[in-house]
Design a binder for this molecule. Structure first.
Ligand SMILES: Cc1cc2nc3c(=O)[nH]c(=O)nc-3n(C[C@H](O)[C@H](O)[C@H](O)COP(=O)(O)O)c2cc1C
Length: 157
């Protein structure tokens, strides 16, 4: 059984960490890519009318994802990375979680942010992936290196 690092990244920060993590632990990498890319205006959290504000205001919003993981059954551990949006995971991460059967798998959240922690994201993610074990996960701000990422991954799975 092998590991997958799946991530969403609107501006590249989480992408860099996800890439480093996947290389450090020899995992496959999958980008949760929005069908409609986010523009700078979409990401303006100060604008109540921006796309991201609308999405985060609506718990049932599920932005469409391009493509899918080919063989999810092959993975026993799935790291799921994202930027913190309004203290939780962006809704597109919820789209990803609802698209697969994660039962029996371990999900490990990780995130980047301006300063917030993971908040209620792991608990929310657990409700969206019934039957999975969702670990507490970790913030990965500050460009952690391969050694640190490998040590962290080995300590939990
Ligand atoms: C819509 C939106 C909401 C955000 N909300 C938070 C937040 O609640 N707390 C925080 O510390 N950072 C917040 N941020 C900042 C991002 O979490 C941070 O810049 C992250 O590293 C971006 O990752 P990315 O480049 O992979 O998209 C927000 C950013 C956006 C665009």
């Amino acid at each position: 059984m092998s590991k997958l690092v799946a991530y969403f990244s609107a501006t590249g920060t989480t992408a860099r960490v996800a890439d480093e993590l996947a290389r450090a632990i020899g995992a496959d990498l999958f980008e949760i890519m929005p069908e409609q890319p986010y523009t700078a205006a979409d990401l303006d959290w100060r604008d109540k009318d921006s796309r991201s504000s609308h999405e985060m205001d609506d718990e049932s919003c599920r932005p469409a994802v391009v493509g899918s993981v080919e063989n999810m059954a092959a993975y026993d551990t799935v790291f799921v990375g994202f930027p913190i949006w309004w203290y939780v995971e962006p809704r597109i991460v919820d789209t990803f979680l609802e698209a697969y059967d994660f039962s029996g798998k371990t999900i490990i959240p990780f995130a980047t942010s301006g300063s917030s922690g993971l908040g209620k994201a792991p608990q929310r993610m657990a409700t969206l992936a019934p039957g999975a074990t969702v670990l507490e996960g970790r913030m990965l701000n500050g460009n952690p290196g391969a050694e640190e990422l490998r040590a962290w991954a080995e300590s939990i799975c």
